[in-house]
Ligand binder design. Sequence first.
Ligand SMILES: Cc1cc2nc3c(=O)[nH]c(=O)nc-3n(C[C@H](O)[C@H](O)[C@H](O)COP(=O)(O)OP(=O)(O)OC[C@H]3O[C@@H](n4cnc5c(N)ncnc54)[C@H](O)[C@@H]3O)c2cc1C
Length: 566
Amino acid sequence: LGQRIVIIGGVACGLKAASRARRLDGQADITVIEQGRHISYAACGMPYVISGRIKKVEDLVQRTPAYFERLKGIRMLTGCRATAIDRGRKVVRYLGGAGGEAEAPRELPYDKLVLATGARPVAPPLPGLDLPGVFRLKDLADTEAILKVVCKAKRAVIIGAGPIGVEMAEAFRARGLEVVLIEARGQLLPGLLDFEMARLLERHLTRQGVDVRCGAKLLRFEGEEGLARVVTSSEAATEAVLEADLALLAIGVRPNVELAREAGLAIGQTGAIKVDDHLRTSDPDIYAGGDCAEMRHLLTGKPVYIPLGTTANKHGRVIADNICGGGDTFPGVMGTALLKAFDYTVGRSGLTAEAAREAGFDAAQALVPAPDHAHYYGGAQAFALKLICERPGGRLLGVQIVGPGEVAGRLDTAVAAMSFGATAEQLSKIDFGYSPPFAQAMDALIVAANVARNKLAGVASVLPEEVRRALDGPDAPLLVDVRGAPERQKARLGVGEVVHLPFPQLRKGMAKLPKDRDLITFCWGGQRAYEAALILRRSGFERVRFMDGSLFTWPYELEEDDPGWR
Ligand SMILES: Cc1cc2nc3c(=O)[nH]c(=O)nc-3n(C[C@H](O)[C@H](O)[C@H](O)COP(=O)(O)OP(=O)(O)OC[C@H]3O[C@@H](n4cnc5c(N)ncnc54)[C@H](O)[C@@H]3O)c2cc1C
């Protein structure tokens, strides 16, 4: 008989490891222990079943236990829970099976053990957490439970504006519910996006009818027989009471590490199971991967916990290769994330500006709105693209893209460049494909890379956050709006002293601008503002700079008469 491989956890990482191990080793005796009813399902698709886009929960199930047993010769112990690992005797104890958990624990010997136990939703012990109507979304049972009430519910409150919270806001709106999305921190997707990028998403969600409340903390759930109210903190230091018949707690997940901890395996500083590049735990015969394992951040070299399905699948393959005699490695992650939010796509990877600062990088930021393809082709849509690079060399540290149009491909292109350590200059010279339906002659990524190069070369531009701070300072700058009148009618800055000087009239009208005051030019997206600042500087205005991303990415006070102005 071949080596005995036992895998705990039968979803992404566990089953990828099992399948790959079988491909590599036809003789291995492979057993998967899974406590749940379902195996091999696409958890990432659950929001789309709840929205109604995917018709049935079963559509998310890729393979059945019978498939693995009959076709692959892998023993599937579903409905069985591993309760302990005896590393000395190399056995896993488990409960369940035909007789249920009432039966005495059984033992399963292993030569190699894989921990693919995943994670579970964080649920702080707040009053009302167990009321009917309060949900979490982790597995198919949760999906089924939400589906049972979503068609009757009228008002949903989502707690937590991470990727799942944002995706679920869309799902509940698609079912016709009123939706309030509350987030304790000051922005959507905290830690994933910088503030101005998160504000673009927030405005889009608001336009789609989601009541977004950042800076509000969940206090408790209230109701008699079922959920009736969600109580949160509010800015006014009083409590806000939100009527609700459905609440979703989506404030993150914690790795399932109890088995590992009790078996004496090392737990990393993030609280997940510590593994090396080969995904081996502190016991060379035990591997761990997916949502229960710690990873290394490729840019900081530090341990991180970023649980994602894509990583879990890759881990499964690496683990199987190593168990079966190979020497594969998983170097780490960059925190790449992609999600759909109504008509927008959000893509991000690497470090945010704040994370880059915290990690000790001197980071430059390029912020550009850009159409996703040639405007003359028709139907072009503008998204905002941000690149973060290290000074002075320009190595790419982060990318964020928010908006409609083709975001995903550009994200992955930037991620590929970042993975190979590219600089902004190298990104700007990649031979991208161009045809009007797909891109501009200078693709948005190239434009952003060139803006980053300008920044590194010292071109005098300021980010919206710097402008906003300066407006509250003692020598507030004068803002120069170089857009034409029709554009100004649609949307205007809602703060600061603004002079209107349309770009075509700049040379004639510049005499009215003061030379002894800081000037900041702005336009729709920054390009005309840049040109205007250059003209003014060459005309003797030494204190002029232009605003990166201009009005398009301005996250603060705005007066909008036409919501479609972007
Ligand atoms: C709503 C939602 C949307 C998501 N969207 C995305 C996305 O778009 N992109 C992306 O990359 N990721 C996404 N994810 C994350 C992704 O689903 C997870 O990262 C992935 O499922 C992790 O796989 P895993 O195998 O490590 O763990 P899991 O899928 O959690 O599987 C672990 C399994 O182990 C079992 N188990 C645990 N302990 C025991 C035990 N003691 N005995 C027996 N069995 C045990 C559990 O029952 C569970 O079935 C999403 C997650 C959710 C919830």
